[in-house]
Design a protein around this ligand. Structure first.
Ligand SMILES: C[S@@+](CC[C@H](N)C(=O)[O-])C[C@H]1O[C@@H](n2cnc3c(N)ncnc32)[C@H](O)[C@@H]1O
Length: 282
């Protein structure tokens, strides 16, 4: 598949193809419930669950393997799981077999068939920084929501809350990403696993050791992974180094985009992973 950044579907076909293969390689089924719940709460802690109930209808935009849908589906009436990757949707369908209230659509954020102003809630985690026009993607999500509906968004941060040396380390890692992400899938998978074992694992476990010794590790590279199982590290190394299109945003930029897309009462999570934000469709 070729990339078409001007695609009216607002998606990069090569990125979608790679994600499908990523979810095939790491379908997330072997993650222990406790670890999954802990990662889930990093995103959903700020979500106003009091606004949804067993009759609510909502969407998981860019659902991937369906790992978050599995935890949201039991709380709602209907969950629309949307992803443009057939391979990702196959994994999600498999994972969500026990939830007849999950419905699947193979579509990009710009092409999803959900009627305008039909949804009681929505979330879109780790998706819209991998598409050509992020603001347009947020607006597409907004249009699907009823007025007063909450929307949870996670976008990669531009290290606006980190020191300059941290940004320098990221810039170096991004040179590596530019190279690895252009490799054929098999090779990038292999290299990403080397990165997981030789960089993610030692740095994250070093952060854990420092924390246990009483040090603050907020700015220690990869400290967010310090208690996460190796499986997360392997998935995220492929996600991070295998994806060609990656954008980053400051908290201010995300606030502006959400505002422009019609969201009010915007709140951010103050802890990793940055930036997770929730807004209410005005
Ligand atoms: C990093 S994964 C995140 C998956 C899931 N939200 C999660 O957090 O586990 C990004 C997902 O976005 C999907 N995606 C890519 N481009 C998209 C687009 N234009 N519209 C909707 N989803 C898209 C990919 O197929 C992939 O499954």
């Amino acid at each position: 598949m070729k990339k078409d950044a001007t695609d009216k579907n607002n998606m990069d076909s090569r990125v979608v193809e790679d994600f499908g293969r990523e979810w095939q390689a790491f379908n997330q089924n072997e993650i222990a419930d406790e670890a999954l719940l802990s990662a889930f709460s990093q995103y959903f802690d700020i979500f106003p669950f009091e606004k949804i109930n067993q009759s609510s209808v909502g969407f998981d935009m860019g659902c991937g393997s369906g790992r978050w849908a599995k935890l949201i589906a039991p709380r709602v009436g209907r969950l629309n799981c949307v992803d443009p990757s057939e391979l990702a949707l196959a994994e999600a369908k498999n994972k969500l077999q026990g939830f007849p209230n999950c419905h699947f659509e193979c579509a990009s954020v710009a092409g999803a068939s959900l009627p305008q102003e039909s949804q009681d809630f929505g979330y879109c985690l780790g998706v819209l920084h991998h598409i050509p026009d992020t603001l347009a993607g947020i607006k597409s999500c907004s249009e699907k929501l009823k007025h007063g509906a909450p929307f949870l968004l996670y976008l990669y941060y531009r290290f606006d809350n980190k020191p300059a040396w941290y940004r320098l380390i990221w810039a170096l890692s991004d040179v590596l990403r530019q190279m690895v992400s252009r490799m054929p899938f098999g090779l990038k998978h292999f290299v990403s696993q080397l990165i997981a074992f030789s960089i993610y694992w030692p740095l994250s476990r070093m952060a854990l050791a420092f924390e246990k010794a009483g040090f603050k590790v907020t700015n220690f590279p990869l400290s967010d992974y310090r208690t996460k199982p190796l499986y997360f590290l392997k998935t995220d190394a492929l996600d991070r180094f295998g994806t060609r299109l990656e954008k980053r945003f400051t908290r201010k930029e995300i606030t502006q985009m959400l505002g422009e897309a019609g969201f009010v009462d915007i709140k951010f999570s103050e802890s990793a992973p940055y930036w997770v934000a929730v807004g209410i469709r005005g």
